[in-house]
Design a binder for this molecule. Structure first.
Ligand code: NDP
Length: 321
Protein backbone atom coordinates (compact mmCIF):
# COMPACT_ATOMS: atom_id res chain seq x y z
CA UNK A 1 0.00 0.00 0.00
CA UNK A 2 1.45 3.38 -1.07
CA UNK A 3 0.67 6.73 0.54
CA UNK A 4 0.98 10.33 -0.51
CA UNK A 5 -0.26 13.83 0.27
CA UNK A 6 -3.18 14.83 -1.91
CA UNK A 7 -5.02 18.14 -2.32
CA UNK A 8 -8.73 17.89 -3.26
CA UNK A 9 -9.60 21.58 -2.85
CA UNK A 10 -7.21 24.52 -2.49
CA UNK A 11 -6.82 26.19 0.89
CA UNK A 12 -4.72 26.28 4.06
CA UNK A 13 -2.29 23.60 5.23
CA UNK A 14 -5.19 21.45 6.45
CA UNK A 15 -6.14 20.69 2.85
CA UNK A 16 -3.02 18.49 2.63
CA UNK A 17 -4.44 14.96 3.08
CA UNK A 18 -2.34 11.85 3.79
CA UNK A 19 -4.05 9.16 1.71
CA UNK A 20 -3.57 5.86 -0.02
CA UNK A 21 -2.70 6.48 -3.66
CA UNK A 22 -2.68 4.36 -6.82
CA UNK A 23 0.64 4.52 -8.63
CA UNK A 24 0.32 1.88 -11.34
CA UNK A 25 2.80 0.65 -13.92
CA UNK A 26 5.01 3.12 -15.81
CA UNK A 27 3.83 4.04 -19.30
CA UNK A 28 6.11 4.45 -22.34
CA UNK A 29 9.08 6.69 -21.47
CA UNK A 30 8.26 6.64 -17.76
CA UNK A 31 9.76 4.95 -14.74
CA UNK A 32 8.38 4.18 -11.32
CA UNK A 33 10.50 5.32 -8.41
CA UNK A 34 10.42 4.47 -4.75
CA UNK A 35 11.13 7.79 -3.08
CA UNK A 36 13.53 8.03 -0.14
CA UNK A 37 13.00 11.75 0.51
CA UNK A 38 10.96 14.65 -0.89
CA UNK A 39 11.71 18.36 -0.91
CA UNK A 40 9.66 21.26 0.45
CA UNK A 41 9.53 24.35 -1.74
CA UNK A 42 7.59 27.59 -1.75
CA UNK A 43 5.94 26.59 -5.02
CA UNK A 44 4.18 23.82 -3.04
CA UNK A 45 2.42 26.60 -1.11
CA UNK A 46 1.38 28.30 -4.37
CA UNK A 47 -0.03 24.97 -5.63
CA UNK A 48 -1.83 24.34 -2.34
CA UNK A 49 -3.41 27.82 -2.25
CA UNK A 50 -4.24 27.94 -5.95
CA UNK A 51 -1.96 30.92 -6.74
CA UNK A 52 -0.47 28.58 -9.36
CA UNK A 53 -3.46 26.40 -10.33
CA UNK A 54 -3.01 22.64 -10.83
CA UNK A 55 -5.68 20.15 -11.89
CA UNK A 56 -7.29 18.68 -8.75
CA UNK A 57 -7.22 16.31 -7.02
CA UNK A 58 -3.41 16.34 -7.12
CA UNK A 59 -0.46 14.91 -5.28
CA UNK A 60 1.59 18.10 -4.97
CA UNK A 61 5.34 18.45 -4.40
CA UNK A 62 7.94 19.10 -7.09
CA UNK A 63 11.11 17.45 -5.87
CA UNK A 64 12.38 14.10 -4.68
CA UNK A 65 15.03 11.43 -4.70
CA UNK A 66 14.86 7.64 -4.63
CA UNK A 67 15.40 4.39 -6.49
CA UNK A 68 14.08 3.23 -9.85
CA UNK A 69 11.84 0.19 -9.26
CA UNK A 70 10.23 -0.32 -12.69
CA UNK A 71 10.87 0.79 -16.28
CA UNK A 72 8.27 1.70 -18.88
CA UNK A 73 8.51 0.74 -22.54
CA UNK A 74 11.42 2.32 -24.39
CA UNK A 75 13.38 3.49 -21.37
CA UNK A 76 17.04 2.68 -21.96
CA UNK A 77 18.79 5.49 -20.09
CA UNK A 78 18.00 4.07 -16.64
CA UNK A 79 18.00 0.65 -14.95
CA UNK A 80 16.10 -0.77 -11.98
CA UNK A 81 18.09 0.08 -8.86
CA UNK A 82 19.49 3.41 -10.14
CA UNK A 83 19.59 6.20 -7.57
CA UNK A 84 17.83 9.20 -9.13
CA UNK A 85 16.51 12.67 -8.33
CA UNK A 86 14.47 15.47 -9.89
CA UNK A 87 13.27 19.01 -9.25
CA UNK A 88 10.18 20.56 -10.80
CA UNK A 89 7.91 17.61 -11.63
CA UNK A 90 4.51 17.63 -9.87
CA UNK A 91 3.71 14.57 -7.72
CA UNK A 92 6.61 14.57 -5.26
CA UNK A 93 4.73 14.19 -1.96
CA UNK A 94 4.45 10.41 -2.32
CA UNK A 95 6.17 7.22 -1.22
CA UNK A 96 6.27 6.03 -4.84
CA UNK A 97 5.51 7.79 -8.12
CA UNK A 98 5.69 7.64 -11.89
CA UNK A 99 7.88 10.15 -13.71
CA UNK A 100 9.19 10.67 -17.26
CA UNK A 101 12.70 9.17 -17.45
CA UNK A 102 14.06 12.27 -19.18
CA UNK A 103 13.17 14.44 -16.16
CA UNK A 104 15.50 12.43 -13.90
CA UNK A 105 19.21 12.63 -13.28
CA UNK A 106 21.31 9.88 -11.73
CA UNK A 107 22.70 10.72 -8.32
CA UNK A 108 26.46 10.59 -7.84
CA UNK A 109 27.51 8.25 -5.01
CA UNK A 110 28.60 11.16 -2.79
CA UNK A 111 25.13 12.77 -2.69
CA UNK A 112 22.60 11.37 -0.24
CA UNK A 113 18.88 11.12 -0.96
CA UNK A 114 18.25 13.77 1.70
CA UNK A 115 20.73 16.23 0.19
CA UNK A 116 19.29 15.61 -3.27
CA UNK A 117 15.72 16.17 -2.07
CA UNK A 118 16.87 19.38 -0.39
CA UNK A 119 18.73 20.84 -3.33
CA UNK A 120 17.50 19.73 -6.75
CA UNK A 121 14.92 22.48 -7.17
CA UNK A 122 16.54 25.20 -5.05
CA UNK A 123 20.09 24.48 -6.22
CA UNK A 124 19.27 24.27 -9.92
CA UNK A 125 17.35 27.53 -9.47
CA UNK A 126 20.40 29.26 -8.02
CA UNK A 127 22.51 27.84 -10.82
CA UNK A 128 20.38 29.31 -13.59
CA UNK A 129 19.81 32.60 -11.73
CA UNK A 130 23.52 33.30 -11.13
CA UNK A 131 25.07 31.62 -14.19
CA UNK A 132 22.47 32.21 -16.89
CA UNK A 133 19.79 34.83 -16.14
CA UNK A 134 22.57 37.25 -15.20
CA UNK A 135 26.18 36.10 -15.49
CA UNK A 136 27.46 36.81 -12.00
CA UNK A 137 31.23 37.27 -11.67
CA UNK A 138 33.78 38.83 -9.32
CA UNK A 139 32.73 42.37 -10.31
CA UNK A 140 29.02 41.77 -9.72
CA UNK A 141 27.16 43.43 -6.86
CA UNK A 142 23.86 41.65 -6.33
CA UNK A 143 20.93 42.02 -3.97
CA UNK A 144 19.36 38.71 -2.93
CA UNK A 145 16.16 38.80 -0.86
CA UNK A 146 15.33 36.03 1.67
CA UNK A 147 19.05 35.25 1.90
CA UNK A 148 18.66 32.77 4.79
CA UNK A 149 15.98 30.69 3.04
CA UNK A 150 16.42 27.48 1.04
CA UNK A 151 17.26 29.19 -2.24
CA UNK A 152 18.93 32.01 -0.30
CA UNK A 153 21.61 30.03 1.55
CA UNK A 154 22.63 28.24 -1.64
CA UNK A 155 22.77 31.62 -3.45
CA UNK A 156 25.00 33.08 -0.72
CA UNK A 157 27.47 30.21 -1.12
CA UNK A 158 27.38 30.14 -4.92
CA UNK A 159 27.90 33.93 -5.13
CA UNK A 160 30.86 33.62 -2.75
CA UNK A 161 32.34 30.88 -4.95
CA UNK A 162 32.00 33.23 -7.96
CA UNK A 163 33.75 36.01 -6.04
CA UNK A 164 30.73 38.33 -6.19
CA UNK A 165 29.48 40.82 -3.60
CA UNK A 166 26.12 39.59 -2.33
CA UNK A 167 23.90 41.88 -0.29
CA UNK A 168 21.24 39.76 1.40
CA UNK A 169 18.00 40.72 3.10
CA UNK A 170 16.52 38.75 6.01
CA UNK A 171 13.93 39.48 8.70
CA UNK A 172 15.86 38.65 11.90
CA UNK A 173 19.35 38.93 13.39
CA UNK A 174 19.63 35.12 13.68
CA UNK A 175 18.92 34.79 9.98
CA UNK A 176 21.48 37.55 9.28
CA UNK A 177 24.15 35.56 11.08
CA UNK A 178 23.30 32.45 9.09
CA UNK A 179 23.42 34.31 5.76
CA UNK A 180 26.80 35.82 6.67
CA UNK A 181 28.17 32.43 7.73
CA UNK A 182 27.13 31.08 4.32
CA UNK A 183 28.93 33.79 2.37
CA UNK A 184 26.74 36.92 2.20
CA UNK A 185 29.03 39.96 2.07
CA UNK A 186 26.48 42.35 3.62
CA UNK A 187 23.17 41.54 5.28
CA UNK A 188 20.24 43.89 5.80
CA UNK A 189 17.73 43.09 8.56
CA UNK A 190 14.45 44.29 7.09
CA UNK A 191 12.55 44.34 10.40
CA UNK A 192 14.67 47.32 11.47
CA UNK A 193 16.46 48.61 8.37
CA UNK A 194 15.24 50.20 5.13
CA UNK A 195 16.79 48.01 2.47
CA UNK A 196 16.74 50.68 -0.26
CA UNK A 197 18.63 53.17 1.93
CA UNK A 198 21.09 50.50 3.09
CA UNK A 199 21.82 49.33 -0.46
CA UNK A 200 22.51 52.95 -1.48
CA UNK A 201 24.88 53.27 1.49
CA UNK A 202 26.67 49.97 0.83
CA UNK A 203 27.12 50.64 -2.90
CA UNK A 204 28.12 54.30 -2.43
CA UNK A 205 24.99 55.39 -4.30
CA UNK A 206 25.81 53.31 -7.41
CA UNK A 207 23.15 50.61 -6.95
CA UNK A 208 23.33 46.90 -7.74
CA UNK A 209 23.93 45.20 -11.07
CA UNK A 210 21.14 42.74 -10.44
CA UNK A 211 18.38 42.23 -7.87
CA UNK A 212 16.95 38.75 -7.26
CA UNK A 213 13.50 39.26 -5.78
CA UNK A 214 11.45 36.24 -4.66
CA UNK A 215 9.37 38.16 -2.12
CA UNK A 216 7.28 39.94 -4.73
CA UNK A 217 4.52 42.30 -3.66
CA UNK A 218 6.23 43.73 -0.55
CA UNK A 219 9.61 44.36 -2.15
CA UNK A 220 9.37 44.88 -5.91
CA UNK A 221 9.21 48.69 -5.84
CA UNK A 222 12.15 48.96 -3.47
CA UNK A 223 14.03 46.38 -5.51
CA UNK A 224 13.76 48.55 -8.64
CA UNK A 225 15.19 51.47 -6.65
CA UNK A 226 18.26 49.38 -5.74
CA UNK A 227 19.43 48.97 -9.36
CA UNK A 228 22.09 50.87 -11.24
CA UNK A 229 21.16 52.21 -14.70
CA UNK A 230 20.75 49.24 -17.08
CA UNK A 231 20.65 46.86 -14.12
CA UNK A 232 18.48 43.74 -14.12
CA UNK A 233 15.42 43.07 -11.99
CA UNK A 234 14.87 39.33 -11.63
CA UNK A 235 11.41 38.73 -10.18
CA UNK A 236 11.30 35.00 -9.48
CA UNK A 237 8.82 34.47 -6.66
CA UNK A 238 5.86 35.71 -4.61
CA UNK A 239 6.41 34.79 -0.96
CA UNK A 240 4.54 37.97 0.12
CA UNK A 241 2.02 37.84 -2.74
CA UNK A 242 2.27 38.37 -6.50
CA UNK A 243 3.73 41.50 -8.07
CA UNK A 244 0.85 43.60 -9.47
CA UNK A 245 0.87 44.62 -13.14
CA UNK A 246 3.95 46.80 -13.61
CA UNK A 247 3.92 50.13 -15.44
CA UNK A 248 6.87 50.06 -17.87
CA UNK A 249 7.76 53.57 -16.69
CA UNK A 250 9.02 51.90 -13.49
CA UNK A 251 11.91 50.58 -15.60
CA UNK A 252 13.26 54.13 -16.05
CA UNK A 253 17.05 54.14 -16.12
CA UNK A 254 16.88 51.56 -18.90
CA UNK A 255 16.37 48.67 -16.49
CA UNK A 256 15.85 45.11 -17.68
CA UNK A 257 13.13 42.97 -16.14
CA UNK A 258 12.67 39.21 -16.29
CA UNK A 259 10.29 36.73 -14.70
CA UNK A 260 12.18 33.44 -14.96
CA UNK A 261 11.15 29.90 -14.03
CA UNK A 262 13.34 26.83 -13.52
CA UNK A 263 11.31 24.87 -16.08
CA UNK A 264 12.26 27.29 -18.88
CA UNK A 265 15.95 26.81 -18.07
CA UNK A 266 15.88 22.99 -17.85
CA UNK A 267 13.31 22.34 -20.56
CA UNK A 268 15.44 19.78 -22.43
CA UNK A 269 17.19 16.80 -20.87
CA UNK A 270 20.53 18.24 -22.01
CA UNK A 271 19.85 21.50 -20.13
CA UNK A 272 18.70 19.58 -17.07
CA UNK A 273 21.79 17.35 -17.10
CA UNK A 274 24.15 20.30 -17.53
CA UNK A 275 22.58 22.28 -14.71
CA UNK A 276 22.48 19.29 -12.35
CA UNK A 277 26.08 18.32 -13.15
CA UNK A 278 27.25 21.83 -12.24
CA UNK A 279 25.26 21.70 -8.99
CA UNK A 280 26.63 18.24 -8.10
CA UNK A 281 30.16 19.46 -8.79
CA UNK A 282 29.69 22.50 -6.51
CA UNK A 283 28.38 20.28 -3.72
CA UNK A 284 30.85 17.41 -4.11
CA UNK A 285 33.79 19.84 -4.20
CA UNK A 286 32.62 21.34 -0.91
CA UNK A 287 32.12 24.83 -2.39
CA UNK A 288 28.44 24.56 -1.42
CA UNK A 289 27.05 22.77 1.60
CA UNK A 290 23.33 22.06 1.50
CA UNK A 291 21.92 23.22 4.82
CA UNK A 292 18.92 21.13 5.91
CA UNK A 293 17.61 22.85 9.01
CA UNK A 294 14.18 21.17 9.18
CA UNK A 295 12.89 17.69 8.50
CA UNK A 296 9.28 16.51 8.80
CA UNK A 297 7.79 13.09 8.09
CA UNK A 298 6.00 13.34 4.73
CA UNK A 299 2.64 12.70 6.39
CA UNK A 300 3.19 15.92 8.40
CA UNK A 301 3.63 18.09 5.31
CA UNK A 302 0.98 20.45 6.72
CA UNK A 303 3.28 21.31 9.63
CA UNK A 304 6.11 21.96 7.19
CA UNK A 305 3.89 24.33 5.18
CA UNK A 306 2.89 26.20 8.32
CA UNK A 307 6.53 26.68 9.31
CA UNK A 308 7.56 27.84 5.82
CA UNK A 309 4.74 30.36 5.51
CA UNK A 310 5.33 31.69 9.04
CA UNK A 311 8.99 32.38 8.08
CA UNK A 312 10.16 29.98 10.80
CA UNK A 313 12.37 27.91 8.49
CA UNK A 314 15.94 28.60 7.41
CA UNK A 315 17.87 26.78 4.70
CA UNK A 316 16.21 23.77 3.12
CA UNK A 317 13.47 21.49 4.47
CA UNK A 318 13.18 17.78 3.71
CA UNK A 319 10.09 15.58 3.98
CA UNK A 320 11.28 12.17 5.13
CA UNK A 321 9.84 8.91 3.80
P1 NDP B 1 12.39 30.26 1.55
O1 NDP B 1 13.07 29.24 2.37
O2 NDP B 1 13.23 31.36 0.98
O3 NDP B 1 11.17 30.84 2.36
C1 NDP B 1 10.59 32.06 2.02
C2 NDP B 1 11.24 33.25 2.74
O4 NDP B 1 10.73 34.45 2.18
C3 NDP B 1 10.89 33.33 4.22
O5 NDP B 1 11.70 32.53 5.04
C4 NDP B 1 11.08 34.81 4.50
O6 NDP B 1 12.44 35.12 4.84
C5 NDP B 1 10.78 35.48 3.14
N1 NDP B 1 9.52 36.23 3.17
C6 NDP B 1 9.41 37.55 3.04
N2 NDP B 1 8.14 37.93 3.14
C7 NDP B 1 7.41 36.83 3.38
C8 NDP B 1 6.03 36.59 3.59
N3 NDP B 1 5.13 37.59 3.58
N4 NDP B 1 5.63 35.33 3.82
C9 NDP B 1 6.51 34.31 3.83
N5 NDP B 1 7.83 34.48 3.63
C10 NDP B 1 8.29 35.73 3.40
O7 NDP B 1 11.64 29.51 0.34
P2 NDP B 1 12.27 28.79 -0.94
O8 NDP B 1 13.74 28.77 -0.81
O9 NDP B 1 11.52 27.52 -1.18
O10 NDP B 1 11.86 29.77 -2.12
C11 NDP B 1 12.28 31.12 -2.10
C12 NDP B 1 11.54 31.87 -3.18
O11 NDP B 1 12.07 31.54 -4.45
C13 NDP B 1 10.04 31.63 -3.24
O12 NDP B 1 9.40 32.86 -3.50
C14 NDP B 1 9.91 30.72 -4.42
O13 NDP B 1 8.66 30.79 -5.02
C15 NDP B 1 11.00 31.22 -5.32
N6 NDP B 1 11.46 30.22 -6.29
C16 NDP B 1 11.33 30.50 -7.62
C17 NDP B 1 11.79 29.64 -8.57
C18 NDP B 1 11.75 30.01 -9.99
O14 NDP B 1 12.35 29.32 -10.81
N7 NDP B 1 11.06 31.07 -10.37
C19 NDP B 1 12.34 28.33 -8.19
C20 NDP B 1 12.51 28.16 -6.76
C21 NDP B 1 12.04 29.07 -5.85
P3 NDP B 1 12.72 36.38 5.84
O15 NDP B 1 11.93 36.06 7.09
O16 NDP B 1 14.18 36.37 6.07
O17 NDP B 1 12.22 37.60 5.12
Amino acid sequence: MVHGIRVHAVGGPDCLKWEEIEVGAPGPGEVRIRQRAAGLNYIDVYHRTGLYPVALPAVIGMEGAGDVVALGEGVTSLAVGDRVAYGSVLGGYAEERLIPADRLVKLPGGITYETAAAMMLQGMTVRYLLRETYKVGPETVLLFHAAAGGVGLIACQWARALGATLIGTVSTDEKAELARANGATHVIVTSREDFVARVAEITGGKGCDVVYDSIGNDTYLGSLDCLRPRGMWVSFGNASGPVPPVDLKLLKGSLFATRPTLMAYVATHAELAENAADLFQMVESGAIKIVVNQTFPLKDAALAHEALEARRTTGSTVLTI
